[in-house]
Write a new protein. Structure first.
Length: 482
């Protein structure tokens, strides 16, 4: 029988938090099940296999082949639905007969796609085992005999009613099918289309059953050997295909908008380098200005603070890192001109929330949430923090920031922390800055540049302002202040 083999394989690593894609605004550009796939880790070998597949799918002809395969799988699903609630015994037999033909067609279709890289080659190998080939030969024999019997019954149906139709031209393509394929080839997702099939009415079905008992009995015997659940396992491929096609559509959409796209190199050592990386979530906004920026998180400067004017692209920069990491981690192309990324075992984001704080204030809630993230973070992890501790109590918030920064520094975690506390320039971390137009301070360039360590001449004043001194700051770094 058909073995349950998925196109895509996953590892047992730590899945990312469901809050991560929400912070990255992914629900605006990807389907829910696609996002769930992005959260699941895979091995380096599987990551390479998927990258190969997506490269092949840059050829529109190959992408069209997958859309046609998904269409065949949906047809199989519709037949199973009709088979589960037939209007008559005769219709049940007829839908069961169609199911055999669709199953055989799918096996042939899947085998023919082995050139699309390792995922499809694995399927083709499974479908080519001696056991599977013997099973398909038996199914083919039963289907061909049932086909002959139904062809004979067709003459009987026509004698009852010239308007009734039993046999269906499986090779026919409607105008609607053609238009749907063309639209899908442009990367536009279409809702599922209701399959309109001509069904033989109950009275005519009963008459055929009574008129041809021997033929009906033989068809029943042929089909009973192959119950529907035995032939439904290809449906397990639907979610995998939808993921692949949804990502492909996003990539096509980004390229049409002029965004750079690449297959990133997989680094064996912790780092995140990308040239001209972009935030694809902005594709959901009409006429959004998408400005690519470089990303450099590497040994020696793994963690940086990002400061600058409001509305200057700081949060967008975090999403650029987060979304492209998720895509990379799932073996997908990313939005950058070039990149080399390490598959960090864990990534987390801490963005402001509008939720109620269960009886505690915002600062304390954020402190608890961040402590939970750090406790779960394997070393090294990728951390993206957005205005954490930026509540109304500025002095207290800055103390929490300093404490947390000192905790992060020795861990080897990588990441970026967006903050409005410009005093972080004196904490010894690399500084990134959201630039403004030097000719017009009200104009944002959305460019993120490296600002160095940023030790300012007013460091002592800043420490006095928040009642801190270097020695107490160092001591506080290992203590939970709450």
């Amino acid at each position: 029988m058909y073995s349950a083999v998925r196109l895509l394989h996953f590892s047992d690593g730590h899945p990312l938090s469901a809050q991560f894609p929400a912070d990255m605004q992914l629900p605006h550009i990807l389907q829910e099940k696609t996002i769930a796939y992005l959260l699941r880790p895979c091995t380096k070998e599987e990551l390479l296999h998927r990258q190969e597949l997506f490269i092949l799918l840059w050829d529109d002809r190959n992408a069209l082949l997958l859309r046609e395969l998904l269409s065949d799988l949906h047809s199989l699903s519709i037949t199973l639905d009709l088979l589960s609630a037939p209007e008559s015994e005769f219709e049940r037999l007829y839908q069961h007969y169609l199911l055999l033909g669709q199953y055989l067609g799918l096996c042939e279709h899947l085998t023919s796609l082995s050139f699309l890289g390792a995922p499809f080659l694995r399927l083709a190998q499974t479908l080519s085992t001696p056991e599977q080939l013997t099973f398909c030969e038996a199914v083919r024999s039963a289907y061909d005999r049932a086909d002959t019997l139904f062809a004979g019954l067709r003459q009987g149906i026509l004698s009852f009613s010239s308007s009734a139709t039993l046999m269906k031209n499986r090779d026919a393509k409607s105008l609607c099918d053609t238009l749907c394929r063309q639209i899908s080839s442009l990367g536009i997702s279409l809702p599922a289309r209701t399959d309109l099939r001509i069904r033989v009415n109950r009275t005519l079905s009963n008459a055929i059953t009574e008129q041809y008992p021997m033929e009906i009995a033989e068809i029943t015997g042929l089909l009973s050997v192959y119950p529907p659940e035995l032939l439904s396992t290809p449906l397990e491929l639907i979610d995998d295909l939808k993921f692949i096609l949804d990502i492909s559509a996003l990539i096509l959409r980004g390229r049409a908008a002029g965004l750079p796209v690449c297959i990133p190199q997989i680094s064996d050592h912790p780092l995140f380098r990308a040239e001209a990386a972009a935030d694809p979530s902005l594709l959901a906004k009409e006429d959004a200005q998408i400005v690519p920026n470089d990303i450099r998180l590497e040994p020696g400067s793994p963690f940086a603070f990002l400061v600058g004017a409001n509305g200057g692209g700081k949060t967008t920069y975090l999403r650029t890192i987060g979304i492209n990491f998720l895509l990379f981690r799932a073996g997908c192309p990313i939005f950058a001109r070039s990149a080399e990324i390490y598959p960090f075992p864990y990534a987390a984001a801490h963005f402001p929330t509008d939720e109620r704080f269960s009886g505690v204030g915002r600062l304390q809630d954020e402190h608890l949430r961040l402590n939970s993230i750090l406790a779960s973070a394997a070393v090294p992890s990728l951390l993206l923090l957005n205005e954490t501790f930026s509540g109304t109590d500025a002095a207290r918030g800055f103390r929490y920031l300093c404490d947390t920064a000192e905790m992060i520094k020795p861990t080897g975690h990588f990441g970026v922390w967006v903050t409005h506390f410009h005093e972080v320039t004196d904490l010894g971390f690399p500084i990134l800055t959201a630039e403004i137009d030097p000719q017009d301070e009200n104009r944002r360039t959305y460019r993120i540049t490296s600002g160095g360590s940023g030790h300012s001449s007013f460091a002592a004043d800043i420490l006095r302002k928040y009642r801190l001194d270097p020695e107490s700051l160092k001591k506080r770094g290992v203590r939970n202040v709450l």
